[in-house]
Design a protein around this ligand. Structure first.
Ligand SMILES: Nc1nc2c(c(=O)[nH]1)N[C@@H](CN(C=O)c1ccc(C(=O)N[C@@H](CCC(=O)O)C(=O)O)cc1)CN2
Length: 285
């Protein structure tokens, strides 16, 4: 068997088309969707991601306001910028690109973002709402994974889903989304005793550990669906996921490639959250 490839690039393009249409509808009501993008320092990968977010935003008619700060920026300086963006009524969404340099207190900064503008879905208020099944903004990568699972026609109710990795930006919200979709969910991580056995009984595997090709293809249950969130740059320049792709593809029913799987969905879901926020501004309840 060779797995069906879940094409995140094509799915993201479709979602962006829908976002563009909704941006147009906002503008007809005199609301111009606007995303504030905050990038601290000169991490090359972050620069690429931010450029990509700003380019896609422009393509769908969202104004992206760029705030580039030096690598020496302090927590207080960043808090002052976030406070100004919170107060700016023209700003619908605030994105603080992660990771921040080590002197910045990431938790304090994420906590300072107005939850109503937290289009990344990282604020405790938004994470808590997700846990209660009353989401406002859902973190972009897990949201993108769910769209891909839905498109693959995976009937999640009752299936065994394994999430590998327990980060706040991917693993934990992913667990919540799968629980709310009635899957039977296991959260695995670096201390999991027998990861191979956990993978072998999972109908759905979401790998988000940040270790190149750590999940062996031979562990995958035949017919499982594999979502690879990993993005690991090898010394030879190749980009690989957390799953050994070729061997996993031979066993799985469906699998996301890296690149071209979850990554483009992350950006499309961010802009989807921005237009949601602008729609709320256009029709406050
Ligand atoms: N504030 C945030 N910071 C970070 C997030 C996030 O969601 N919010 N996620 C990651 C990085 N990220 C978005 O910021 C991101 C990573 C990768 C891609 C992507 O499209 N990747 C391409 C490959 C790109 C390449 O060639 O290097 C792909 O998979 O096809 C999009 C977004 C950490 N920080």
């Amino acid at each position: 068997m060779s797995a069906r490839r879940l094409d995140g690039k094509a799915r993201a393009a479709r979602l962006l088309g829908e976002v563009e249409r909704r941006v147009g509808a906002c503008k007809e009501r005199d609301v111009r969707p606007c995303l504030a993008v905050v990038l601290v320092g000169d991490d090359p990968a972050s620069q690429v991601y931010v450029r990509s977010k700003e380019r896609r935003a422009a393509e769908v008619g969202i104004e992206a306001r760029d705030h580039r700060l030096p690598a020496t920026t302090t927590t207080d300086e960043l808090l002052a910028l976030v406070a100004a963006l919170n107060a700016d009524r023209a700003v619908d969404g605030i994105l603080v690109q992660l990771p921040l340099p080590p002197q910045c207190d990431t938790q304090r900064i994420l906590l300072a973002v107005d939850p109503a503008k937290d289009v990344d879905g990282f604020h405790p208020d938004n994470l808590g709402r997700l846990m209660l099944g009353q989401p406002r903004f859902v973190a972009c990568t897990p949201q993108g994974c769910m769209v891909l699972l839905e498109d693959a026609g995976v009937p999640l109710a009752g299936l065994r889903a394994l999430v590998i990795g327990r980060s706040t930006i991917v693993g934990k919200p992913m667990v919540q989304l799968l629980v709310h979709a009635d899957a039977t969910v296991t959260a695995a991580h670096s201390r999991t005793r027998d990861l191979a056995a956990e993978v072998a009984r999972a109908d759905v595997v979401v790998a988000a550990i940040g270790r190149p090709e750590f999940v062996r293809g031979e562990w995958i249950k035949p017919g499982a669906v594999v979502i690879d969130v990993g993005m690991n740059r090898l010394a030879d320049g190749r980009l690989v996921g957390d799953v050994e792709f070729a061997a996993a593809e031979a066993r799985a029913a469906a699998i996301t490639p890296v690149p071209g799987g979850v990554g483009p969905m992350t950006i499309a879901c961010l802009l989807h959250n921005v237009v949601l926020s602008a729609e709320r501004r256009a029709s406050p309840t």
